[in-house]
Design a protein around this ligand. Structure first.
Ligand code: IPE
Ligand code: IPE
Ligand code: MG
Length: 253
């Protein structure tokens, strides 16, 4: 893999990851699903460290979706316990690494244990200045958008905002990711090609990388490879090819 630090200005500022494939990994290794999720937490630690080292501005990871409540009770309980354990066991180290933790999603409907552990982590790291690590828990992209729309409506109703002030930038400021750049690179492990309701508004122009690696076996090298793919993409944002040349290399009229 090419040296990523050679072109820091080409790195994505905001990377989002749909950490998928824990269940299939557990099955493949004849383990209980909870072990798959546990192994996934190990992968996450490595990717967070690498993101800090490389100098990524924001990393958003999908840990539990609003749809994941429909899984068997035993799996949901194991996941909630793991989330609580993650915050409690990793917080000192994450704090030392200068990481700023933010929880995305509806925290009020999380069980007390993981909610309190997550909120303690947010509070403890809020004055740090390193990587912004957003952990999506009970998160849904549509719910994020609806929540922003409701907050904006309320401000309009109170007279604090006028309709003409509602722009894309203003809308972004009411989303859970307020203050952070849009997602530049969206990585999904486990081979699926869908968003599964993750960061819908924020990913409008994200570059997508899907890898067949299951999340517990996703390596730092795979991550660097995804970043390299991003850096070689031509992001046009709807513009005509900026080189002004067509596919045959001839100058456009
Ligand atoms: C992703 O892994 C983790 C969560 C959704 C919490 P999965 O558990 O969805 O893994 P697969 O897709 O079943 O392999
Ligand atoms: C998306 O994975 C949610 C997380 C990674 C937390 P899912 O496994 O829940 O998504 P689907 O069911 O394949 O769309
Ligand atoms: Mg899955």
């Amino acid at each position: 893999m090419s040296n990523l630090s050679a072109a820091p200005d080409k790195l994505p500022r905001h990377v989002a990851i749909i950490m998928d494939g824990n269940g299939r990994w557990a099955k493949k290794n004849k383990l209980q699903i909870a072990f798959g999720h546990r192994s996934g937490v190990e992968t996450l630690r490595g990717i967070v460290r690498e993101s800090s080292d490389i100098g990524i501005h924001s990393l958003s990871v999908f840990a539990f979706s609003t749809e994941n409540w429909t899984r068997p009770d035993e799996e949901v309980r194991a996941l909630m316990l793991l989330i609580e354990e993650f915050f409690n066991s990793q917080i000192d180290e994450l704090h030392r690494e200068n990481v700023i933790i933010r929880i995305l999603g509806d925290r009020d409907n999380l069980p007390d244990g993981p909610r309190k552990a997550a909120e303690r982590a947010e509070l403890r790291t809020c004055d740090n200045s390193g990587l912004h690590l957003n952990i999506a828990l009970n998160y849904g992209g549509r719910a994020d958008i609806i929540h922003a729309a409701a907050l904006i409506s309320c401000s309009v109703q109170k007279g604090d905002l006028s309709l003409s002030q509602i722009t894309e930038d203003l809308f972004s400021d009411f989303l859970s990711t307020r203050g952070l750049p849009d997602v530049d690179l969206l990585i999904r492990t486990g081979g699926e090609m869908r968003l599964s309701n993750f960061l819908l508004y924020q990913s409008a122009y994200a570059e997508f990388v899907s890898t067949n690696a299951l999340w517990p076996e996703f390596t730092v090298e795979d991550y660097r490879n995804a970043l390299g793919q991003f850096m070689s993409r031509d992001r046009r944002f709807g513009r005509r090819d900026h080189s002004g040349r067509n596919s045959e290399g001839e100058k456009n009229a």
